[in-house]
Design a protein around this ligand. Structure first.
Ligand SMILES: *Cc1c(COP(=O)(O)O)cnc(C)c1O
Length: 463
């Protein structure tokens, strides 16, 4: 399987290549050169497989011959063996047609563990083959950071620098990152927003002063391997609800458009997905884009769902590429224009092609309302991100015979204050996160300027 850049001029790479590269050298994102396709019978034959077996089956066409089927199965067994629930991502029923897919049973309590536990193993595997090393520079609005750090802490060939917007991640999120003692882990708090941090990370990838001496890698969802691993749980849940004989809809709490794009990939490769609901909070660029064609950057408003406090959704570029005829020169020109102007318009023709996506926006009251609905009607305590997804599921027009799965992206204890405020219930942290509040924190605070970040990375990173 070959991968091409959404901007058309970077070299095409195999799966190992895109896993280590992260961002393409022309500033684009890697996507498969063509979509593989599972037949109805092949999908039917996946029913009942344990999660890690299913993962290997679904991912094999994307991995190509970079890993043998046996080796891929060993890696998925190891990655998903660390989850605290035997089903890995259990499905819970809310009412006749509403379901929750619990993606938060990994080590850091957010869905990002599902992809990053595997990505850490893939880095190690591919770097060992070439006796190489990788310097990861990432930006986090909270959950990516802790999940990535957990996945690579202590690895010999990987060093990680993780930027987070100072004061805009929860205490639990920050401590999950800053209390990790491994010497290959470096936390940086910047004065600025997540979008500022993400823009700096993108610049580092294009900065010769850095890339001449360090191989820079990505753990954000610009990394294709992450999206690939997320395709699996769409299959997992749809198979349990009757696929491939029956269609299923999904509501996805969305920020960087990575998780919901994985759902789009699942549909592209043959899973019968009826609709994908893009659920946003008041940082609603995606809702504006999908409902009226207005993809223009506003200011980021901090909310109780910080992992969705994003205005520029990197992975939207992958969708545009796919919908506009997979022509890198078209997408590249569009994105350059967007980067200069801070806005773009989606034509009604393009919006028609994107009609597979519905979108719903939830404000603070609607989010709290969904948390109370789940608690009062179903005895379920859900986190603020999941609540936005559930609001989307309850307020979209999906045919009555189609089950709707809301992706539960974080454990409620990760956002205890917001959950308590809405429901009066204070969820307790599961024992597996350990004594977070007793351990010492280690982090660097830097001004939100590119030079400060680059100089720090160059001065600190091992050669
Ligand atoms: C990252 C994250 C999201 C958003 O996912 P994207 O792939 O960025 O759209 C939603 N909820 C939680 C809890 C997250 O950590």
């Amino acid at each position: 399987m070959k991968y091409v850049s959404t901007r058309g001029s970077a070299p095409s790479l195999d799966f190992a290549g895109v896993t280590l590269a992260g961002l393409a050298s022309d500033g684009g994102l890697y996507v498969p050169a063509q979509w593989p396709r599972f037949t109805h019978d092949e999908i039917a034959a996946m029913r009942g497989l344990p999660y890690s077996e299913l993962a290997a089956r679904v991912m094999q066409p994307f991995v190509g011959d970079c890993l043998t089927p046996e080796r891929l199965r060993e890696l998925t067994a190891k990655a998903y063996g660390r989850f605290a629930h035997a089903a890995v991502t259990p499905l819970t029923q809310l009412d006749e047609r509403q379901w929750l897919l619990e993606l938060f049973h990994g080590p850091t309590l957010a869905f990002k563990d599902v992809a990053l536990q595997l990505l850490g193993l893939l880095f190690e595997e591919f770097l060992a083959r070439e006796d190489g090393s990788l310097t990861i520079v990432g930006a986090t609005s909270g959950d990516t950071g802790s999940a990535a750090i957990d996945a690579v802490a202590g690895l010999d060939r990987v060093e990680i620098f993780m930027l987070h917007p100072k004061g805009r991640v929860s205490d639990v999120q920050r401590r999950q990152m800053t209390t990790v003692r491994a010497p290959n882990v470096h936390n940086i708090a910047i004065d600025g927003s997540f979008d500022d941090a993400q823009a700096m990370v993108k610049r580092i990838f294009a900065d010769r002063d850095v890339t001449d001496t360090h191989r820079i890698g990505a753990v954000n969802s610009i990394n294709w391997a992450r999206l690939m691993a997320q395709v699996v749980y769409y299959f997992w849940s749809a198979l349990r609800l009757g696929a491939p004989a029956r269609q299923v809809a999904f509501s996805v709490p969305t920020g960087n458009f990575g998780d919901v794009f994985a759902g789009y990939v699942a549909a592209r490769v043959g899973l019968p997905v009826e609709r994908l609901i893009v659920a946003t909070n008041v940082n609603d660029i995606l809702h504006r884009a999908l409902s009226r064609g207005d993809y223009s950057v506003g200011n980021v408003t901090p909310t109780a769902a910080p992992s969705m406090d994003i205005q520029v959704s990197s992975n939207f570029e992958r969708l545009l590429f796919d919908l506009e005829g997979r022509d890198g020169s078209v997408t590249g020109a569009r994105m350059k224009w967007f980067e200069q102007m801070g806005k773009m318009v989606l034509s009604s023709d393009l919006r028609k092609k994107a009609a597979f996506f519905a979108s719903v926006r939830a404000d603070a009251d609607e989010m709290a309302g969904a948390m109370r609905w789940a608690n009062e009607n179903c005895g379920q305590i859900i986190d603020p991100h999941t609540a936005i997804g559930l609001h989307g599921a309850l307020h979209s027009e999906i045919p009555a015979d189609v089950p709707v799965v809301t992706l539960a992206t974080a454990h409620p204890a990760k956002f205890r204050d917001a959950v308590e405020q809405a429901t009066g219930v204070r969820p307790s942290l599961p024992a597996r996160v350990g004594s977070l509040f007793d351990r010492e924190e280690r982090l660097e605070t830097l001004p939100g300027t590119y030079d400060a970040i680059r100089d720090h990375v160059l001065a600190t990173a091992a050669r």
